[in-house]
Write a protein that binds this ligand. Structure first.
Ligand code: SAH
Length: 341
């Protein structure tokens, strides 16, 4: 079987080259080509002919295919549907923010978490992505847009902490100075709250930002929305979050999708504020993107602002997420879903 060369760290690439009887230092050159978006060993023009032939025989370069691209007329948001070699598809989004170009990437084809309001759940789980499939979302988007990407959020399809080994490798790869050289502080990983992996993550990547999909002020509501809450309920979850901020000194983000008549009441805002009180955190309120096939509805701007005001009144930092690309299929998994149905 050929080696998936894009999944290798510069160091591993060096070891691979030695196995081929080549000089280790060539690794930096090859890594740089891969991360520039070169998909053909013959385009690596500073390598000898014989090395290119060896690479062709023993390795392959992962490449995602753009199956569909939607571009927002309003704000330039670009949403990609990428085809994988497995025949499955994943989504990635390119967004322009004041602080830099950001991509939202997927960590799995599908998801095992089954959150009640999420489009990905409707499609089930196909497979974990490889590290190369994760990084190529970034590389392919840089290539297609011709723009540099400075920020990454792992908030697309999948639960990144359900694919932790690959997530760690991905973080190492995009951070490598021979390639994209993206600062760990410019990366955010979002989880629905897998406590043991959150603890590991605080040890392994204290500079990477953590976002937690909370979406509820108590277990009674959270149990109905996020099945994994039964295994990792809110008390230990919030305790883990608190420890994370203490260990890393970094503010944690809580995502809270406002769902009409489910978690949007004044009492919910109060309860949430109480539970987050004193934590170094920020609440990101997201008016739910209604998924047609599921029976949940979002709230209007005024209700979101009221909820925001209640949190702020209790000293909790919060914002309503700016809606980018609202004129193209918005919610997570919707592009993939619309293609399938
Ligand atoms: N599994 C990870 C990351 C992927 S989901 C996690 O749970 O955090 C990225 C975010 O989008 C999560 O906060 C998720 O709860 C949210 N989300 C999913 N479906 C949504 C919808 N229909 N409307 C708004 N947010 C949604």
């Amino acid at each position: 079987m050929k080696t998936d060369i894009k999944s290798l760290t510069p160091q591993e690439l060096g070891a691979f080259l030695e196995l081929l009887g080549e000089k280790k230092y060539r690794a930096a050159q090859i890594f740089a080509w891969l991360y520039k978006g070169v998909y053909d060993f013959d385009e690596m023009t500073d390598l000898s002919f014989s090395l290119r032939e060896k690479l062709k025989a023993d390795a392959f370069i992962e490449k995602l295919n753009i199956e569909k691209l939607q571009v927002s007329e309003k704000d330039g948001t670009r949403k990609y549907l990428f085809g994988l070699r497995s025949g499955n598809a994943i989504e990635s989004v390119f967004m322009k923010y004041k602080y830099g170009n950001t991509v939202c990437i997927s960590s799995q084809a599908g998801c095992r978490m089954n959150c009640a309001f999420c489009a990905s759940a409707a499609l089930g789980f196909a497979h974990d992505l490889t590290a190369a499939e994760m990084v190529d979302q970034v590389i392919a988007i840089e290539k297609e847009t011709g723009e540099r990407i400075s920020n990454i959020v792992v908030m697309g399809t999948g639960e990144p902490f359900d694919n932790y080994g690959t997530l760690s490798r991905f973080l190492e790869l995009v951070h490598a100075k021979e390639g994209l050289n993206i600062s760990l502080r410019s990366i955010t990983v979002s989880t629905c709250g897998i406590i043991p992996r959150m603890e590991e993550f605080a040890e392994d990547f204290p500079q990477v930002n953590l976002a937690v999909s909370l979406h509820a002020p108590n277990d009674k509501i959270r149990d109905t929305l996020i099945p994994i809450n039964k295994r990792y309920p809110m008390k230990p979850l919030l305790e883990t979050c608190r420890k994370h901020t203490e260990k890393t000194g970094r503010r944690i983000t809580f995502e809270y999708a406002l769902i009409k008549d489910v978690n949007d009441k004044e009492s919910h805002a109060r309860e949430l504020a109480e539970r987050l009180s004193g934590m170094l955190c920020h609440v990101n309120l997201i008016p739910l993107n209604p998924v047609e096939e599921l029976n949940f509805f979002g709230v209007d701007r005024k209700s979101a602002e009221r909820f925001l005001g209640l949190l702020e009144g209790k000293g909790i930092q919060a914002t309503i997420r700016r809606e980018l690309g609202s004129d193209i299929d918005g919610a997570c998994g919707q592009l993939r879903l619309s293609l399938k149905m």
